[in-house]
Structure formats: C-alpha cells, structure tokens
Ligand binder design. Structure first.
Ligand code: ZN
Ligand code: ZN
Length: 333
C-alpha cells in the first residue's frame, strides 16, 4: 500500500514525510483492517513530525483522524460488518486495567497507545485498529467533513465541557484553527457567546463568519470579561494574556498536547479562584457523545483537501496558519 512515513523528526519546512510502498497491515485478534478514504491533519501530527513529542516508533505513519470502511475483520472481531463506514481517532488502545481506566478515566491511562504516534496511523491506504476503539460515523457527514470531528472535534468538545459554560456565558477562544472552528458551533448551539483571539486575520474572519461575538488579536483584550477561555494555540505566552481576560472564578482550559513554556506571571492574574487546567485525550464515551451531538446540530466543517502525496504541503500550510478550518488528506479519492 501507499503510505506516508516519518523516519526522523525534522522541521516541516524540510518536508520530512516520504511517500513509499509498504506492506499492507494485517488485522490481529479483535482488530479490523480499514481501507482509508480520508485522514484529517492535526496540530499533533506536526508536534510528532517536528519532534516536539519524542518519537515512539520509526518509521511511523502519522495521522489520527481517519475515515474509511471496514475491509477485513481480524479473528473474533464482529462489531462491524464489511464495508461499514468507521472512524479511527487518537486513542488506539488503553490497558483497561490501570487505576485510571478502572475509574472510567481511560483518557489518562498509564499505558496508552496512540494512533499515528505509538502505532501506525492513517496517512496511508490501510490501517488496523482494535474494533473496540473504532467509531461508527453517523450518516449525513461526507467522509472529508467527518474526519476533523475525530480529533479537533472531540478534543474541542472535551475542552468545552471542562470550561463548564452554559447558556449566556462568555467564552474566549485563543487560536482559531480546526478545533475552534468546530467548538464554536457547539458553543453557539448551547447559547454561549464566543470571543475569538487569534493572530491571523483570516482566522479572525472565519470566527466572525461562524458566529463569534467578537474577534481580535491575541493580546487585544476582549470587550467583555470571560467566564472561561480555551487556549487552542500551542503558545505558552498566551496563558497570562488569557488569564487577564477572565472574570473572578473563571476557568482557563489548555487544549493542546504540547505547548511552549508558559512565562512567569504575577499571582494576581490567578488569584480570585481563577483556574488553569489542561486537557489530555478523550474517553470513547465522550467521542460517541460528541459524534451524536455533531450530527444533531449539525456541525459543518470547513475543509481544505490535499492528495495524500501532498502531506508535507498540508502540514506546512497548517504551520503557517494558511488553512481556514481543517486540512484533510484524500487517500482514496
Ligand atoms: Zn489504563
Ligand atoms: Zn489530533
């Protein structure tokens, strides 16, 4: 099969992804082989490729927002019929036995495996995954529309839940990429007002198009005090800026898997019971909940399509804020 391989992490400007022919994987017990139609491009892929997350496997096929169809079940796998349309997300597998898994917090599992990081991902024609960690994709979403829901969408949803906002709340978004452009649609559905702070003017425009109450630069104070804010951008220097915009008791949620160092800041910014919390992965239950909500709203993702062979170009565009919405690789066009 054709696949994109990362051997050694490097700056994306050096185009480190190579497209090659590799053996098609074989589904093991309890796994399914999925023929990939599309795979969304996520900021985390960039963190893996550029070495901000330590390499777990080499070569590795990146990609963890996979939409395709079940091609072949492994031994004992019976959850999906052949040809069923499914999605594969970041969480490839958990141990199911650690204290976190036992407590229903599998997103914090002590020994997790991640798609496109610790095991091969979806920048390829085929992928295998345990059927228990595969999502049915609701009808009504074309493949490329569904792909960004699988990470950007689900993680954004977890961030929204952590933010604890309800109707009438003022919610800040810092960074307005793939996750924010989905999360704003959920926020609007709940009657929450979104204030979008992002350095790129095109992203500010997209935020306004999607119903933001206000959009401006990252150090511009929003016109209202925020009940909560979510930092989607991987830039630690945003944290004190966002804290300045929070009301007393407000919550600041950090949505990324990696962030540059957070500069020191006066305690006053945190005092009055403001809270900072990171978000790590998601549980399958949340994923299912979000996909159901996404089809009810319905969420409409804005996607920029690239052929699989242009993975480097898509990732360069993502790094340069040149993707309005989400980038998606067309594998089986
Ligand atoms: Zn566990
Ligand atoms: Zn992701």
């Amino acid at each position: 099969m054709k696949a994109c391989l990362l051997r050694t992490p490097a700056r994306i400007e050096e185009n480190p992804i190579e497209i090659e022919d590799v053996a098609t994987p074989h589904p093991g017990a309890g796994e399914v082989l999925v023929r990939v139609h599309v795979c969304g491009v996520c900021r985390t892929d960039l963190h893996v490729i550029e070495g901000e997350l330590p390499l777990r496997k080499s070569p590795v096929i990146p990609g963890h927002q996979v939409v395709g169809v079940v091609e072949q079940p492994g031994e004992g796998a019976s959850r999906f019929s052949m040809g069923a349309r499914v999605g594969i997300a970041w969480l490839h597998k958990t141990d199911g036995t650690c204290e976190y898994c036992r407590r229903g917090e599998e997103n914090l599992c002590d020994s997790p495996l991640f798609t496109g990081y610790s095991v091969d991902g979806g920048y390829a024609e085929f992928i295998v995954a345990p059927e228990a960690f595969v999502y049915p994709i609701p009808e009504g979403f074309p493949d490329e529309q569904a792909a960004p829901l699988l990470c950007a969408g689900i993680i954004g949803y977890r961030c929204l839940r952590m933010a604890g906002v309800s109707q009438g709340a003022n919610l800040g978004f810092y960074g307005f990429g793939a996750a924010a452009h989905v999360a704003i649609q959920v926020a609007n559905h709940w009657g929450v007002d979104v204030y979008a702070s992002t350095r790129d003017v095109r992203h500010q425009r997209l935020a306004m198009d999607l119903g933001a109450k206000w959009a401006g630069g990252t150090v511009e104070p929003p016109p209202a005090k925020l009940d909560a804010a979510i930092v989607f951008a991987p830039a630690g220097e945003i944290v004190p800026e966002a804290l300045k915009a929070l009301r007393k008791g407000g919550r600041l949620i950090l949505g990324g898997i990696h962030m540059s160092a957070i500069p020191s800041f006066p305690y006053d910014l945190l005092y009055h019971e403001r809270m900072v919390r990171s978000v790590a992965n998601n549980t399958r239950r949340e994923g299912e909940e979000f996909l159901a909500l996404a089809s009810k709203i319905p969420i409409r993702t804005r996607v920029q399509l690239y052929p699989l062979s242009d993975a480097n170009r898509a990732l360069n565009a993502l790094k340069n804020d040149a993707v309005p919405g989400a980038a998606v690789l067309l594998v089986d066009a």
